[in-house]
Design a protein around this ligand. Sequence first.
Ligand SMILES: C[S@@+](CC[C@H](N)C(=O)[O-])C[C@H]1O[C@@H](n2cnc3c(N)ncnc32)[C@H](O)[C@@H]1O
Length: 278
Amino acid sequence: MTAERDGDEGAASAPDVEINLAINRPHSARMYDYFLGGVTNFAPDREAAAQALSVFPQARHAARANRAFMRRATRALARSGITQFLDIGTGIPTSPNLHEVAQGVEPGSRVVYADNDPIVLTHAQALLRSAPEGRTAYVQADVREPAAVLEAVRETGVLDFTRPIALSLVALLHFVPDGAHEITETFKDALKARGSALVISHLTPEYSPEETERICQVYAVAGNPVRARTPGEFAGFFADWDLLDPGVVSTPRWRPEPGDEVFTDAEAACLGAVAVRP
Ligand SMILES: C[S@@+](CC[C@H](N)C(=O)[O-])C[C@H]1O[C@@H](n2cnc3c(N)ncnc32)[C@H](O)[C@@H]1O
């Protein structure tokens, strides 16, 4: 399932498919939207999010700190000259979205988004409002099937795999309890051009282990198993690539900028890092 638009074409239309949003059970994308203060969520999402907040009161802070990390990492890579981005686990659109940040630096930037939640597909239009000089596309795909994701991404024709691509797996891999490192390696393998980049943020037990354990239980009960990873496990995602300064840190410590909201490590609860293929 793919939706795509050139910047200078008219507004993209929603794909003509039957979509089952399963609104009778909580979804991680809609719970995250609730934490960010969005309106794309339903009663079961809000109930599960309220339970999560009762054991993990920093959830809203963690979501905002994570979003700010995504913006800073994207901007840093765009300023370094990367003009192609693949964002898997995109989430419900929240402005500024990744393409707005990248195209704010280089309007010709090209971005492919991917998520497996049908609610994101129904909001894909917001992700497809590319700057006229650039291009964006959305593919409905599951990160646990990296070969299928890559095939769908290649089919869009938006990204040139012979040139550097930045892969964003932001607040995604903790929803992949098993096999996350192998999956990440498959994507890294596909990004053959020197200077390709990897951006990851991830829930960690490092700063508030008891609350983190409890939020993992709440998500498991809600049907979204989550695995927090230690800094060592997190660093393993970047094996053989060069970590950019400041290396593996809590999300708000990755190149903070004046005017950013300030969060403690415990509030952020997530690690963030960016690496490039040497
Ligand atoms: C916490 S949100 C993060 C959104 C965005 N990356 C950000 O950091 O603001 C996690 C997203 O990952 C998506 N997701 C979870 N499991 C996935 C999977 N197996 N394949 C693709 N996307 C997945 C969810 O649907 C949700 O949109």
